[in-house]
Design a protein around this ligand. Structure first.
Ligand SMILES: [Zn+2]
Length: 275
């Protein structure tokens, strides 16, 4: 059984605010890296016990150089660094039997620890009109390769967001959101135990969990925080700018193309200054 782990940072056990996830401003960043590696190792260990023979871990936060490679489980390989065409799910294809999204968070504009979608410029992201966050976007991408997302870990609210798209998904809730930058965290030992328990459950029922059912072409819509960002994103050839809502639409015919276009739009939009 071949397993893909996409590991973000905001939903990792013990992490509650920016000080743990930002290498420049974070007094707790080195601890955050350790927590992230610990969560990944708990999942890898349980996955191997559940029959995984090949495990690829994609570091999926910021510059994607957070996981401590030297401390990662010896049976797992690491995809690190950026840029990567398909960012958080780069390398995920139809050769995988299951994907697990670890340390994930809720989408922009809703409650949850460190909620956001991809970067600060997105107000709303839709696929065929359906609002998605990072979980949804990446789960749809996985679905295009017929790979089921069988587990998510993070706070209680991302677990709920994930179940709305994948009703049978296993959820490892390692903290309860108190506000966007506060959480009631399980202890280290409890979080590790929950991650292992849910990983085993997820992989034991992996064949019963359906991949997200979608097919190309898909229409992606990105509503930006301000119109200057939308105008920059609309430089992308083939896009359509809806001025009334500040949304830029793009119809993708290929999963890679969809992911790369989203990233190109965000990079362009980040060039727009508000003042
Ligand atoms: Zn992140």
């Amino acid at each position: 059984m071949k397993v893909f782990l996409s590991v973000d940072m905001e939903g990792i056990s013990g992490i509650v605010d920016n000080t743990y996830i930002n290498p420049d401003a974070g007094v707790n960043y080195q601890r955050g890296r350790q927590f992230m590696t610990d969560d990944a190792n708990a999942v890898i260990e349980a996955a191997i016990e559940a029959g995984a023979t090949e495990i690829l871990v994609a570091d999926s936060h910021n510059t994607m150089n957070n996981i401590l490679w030297e401390s990662l489980h010896p049976k797992a390989q690491l995809l690190a660094g950026s840029p990567r065409d398909c960012s958080m799910v780069h390398g995920l294809d139809d050769s995988f039997d299951a994907a697990l999204f670890i340390g994930y968070h809720t989408r922009q504009g809703v409650p949850g620890v460190l909620s956001h979608t991809m970067s600060g410029v997105i107000r709303n992201l839709t696929i065929n009109g359906r609002l998605v966050g990072e979980f949804g976007f990446n789960a749809i991408y996985a679905g295009l390769y017929h790979v089921p997302v069988v587990m998510v870990s993070g706070d209680d609210l991302v677990a709920k967001e994930a179940r709305e798209l994948v009703p049978d998904i296993a959820t490892a809730v390692v903290k309860k959101a108190v506000s966007r930058t506060a959480a009631h965290c399980l202890s280290r030992g409890e979080a590790t135990a929950e991650l292992k328990k849910q990983t085993k459950l997820a992989l034991s029922k992996a064949k019963q969990i359906a991949p997200v059912q979608t097919a190309m072409p898909l229409e992606m819509g990105i509503q930006f925080s301000h119109t200057g960002q939308a105008e920059m994103a609309a430089i992308v050839p083939g896009s359509r700018y809806e001025t009334e809502t500040g949304t830029v639409y793009y119809t993708a015919h290929d999963p890679h193309d969809m992911y790369k276009t989203m990233r190109a739009m965000l990079n362009l939009a980040s060039e727009a200054e508000f003042f």
